[in-house]
Design a binder for this molecule. Sequence first.
Ligand code: C2E
Ligand code: MG
Ligand code: MG
Ligand code: MG
Length: 292
Amino acid sequence: QAKLTGRNQYHFFDTNLDEEVRTHHNQRTEVRHALINNELRLYYQPKVNMRTGVVVGMEALLRWQHARRGVLSPAQFLPLVEQTDLIIDIGEWVLRQALWQIRRWSAAGQHWVVSVNIAARHFQRPDFVPRLKAILDEFPGVRPNMLELEILESSALHDLEHVRRIIRACQALGITFALDDFGTGYSSMSYLKRLPADIVKIDQSFVRNMLNDPDDLHLVRAVIGLARSFSLTVIAEGVESVEHGARLLELGCDLAQGYGIAHPMPAETVLDWAGSFVPAPQWQAALHHSDG
Ligand code: C2E
Ligand code: MG
Ligand code: MG
Ligand code: MG
């Protein structure tokens, strides 16, 4: 009897695992169809220079315009595909879409640098650089220095030397590099020394709580100091209020991005947004203060 139970349990788990694998497979197939059927979209979130109030760039953020479920965020569908080569097809679609958008905005007189998030699996492909170069060649009017790539610190974990070479090769093309979600990896410090990044993005979890949590404030201050001592541009993400912005400016942060400035929005609304954007007076006040 005990044996039978054991076997039943075994079958029970086995069946569940099968189902999970099948479900994941079906979900990946759905995402592939979304790509093919043109249901993926890029939303854009502005990046602002806090000292001048100038909009300097846009981060491209992926969305799935799902026929039944509405707009889905990356957390709802990307983790599943990040372990497969589908992430490479999606990543290349994102790159093309972003380059196309840079060209449109430039034609409208807005020369914004557009940043694209690149998954570790995609970035570490041996042919990443030649393929990226080929994609850039499809857009002869777009200078590579209009494109920025954001990688997670953790992307560099596996083979730091390899990643370093890829970054250098991209920089040789004119592309800039940002380390995203900086401060969340446990060896952030040593990465700054070993990876030739141009930009550090302070993770939003620290920025969001910095006005209430002294530890987060210390962390934000330390990252800004560190980035500046390496002569890197530092951007804060998750800037949800004018008070955050003013404090960050005092701390010496260069750029800001967050709901306090703008939520990510469809490409069609970006020009209108920029036309009516007025930087917060608190930032200007902090500016005069630090100048005087
Ligand atoms: P990320 O690159 O760190 O992007 C910042 C995320 O924070 C975005 O979430 C953005 O909408 C959100 N955010 C911006 N400002 C604020 C704020 O003030 N408060 C709060 N609470 N959140 C804010 P989103 O769009 O859901 O993207 C999540 C992550 O998915 C991104 O984090 C990025 O790692 C990944 N991702 C997005 N698009 C792509 C893509 O095209 N390719 C790849 N591989 N990953 C992507
Ligand atoms: Mg990012
Ligand atoms: Mg981030
Ligand atoms: Mg993130």
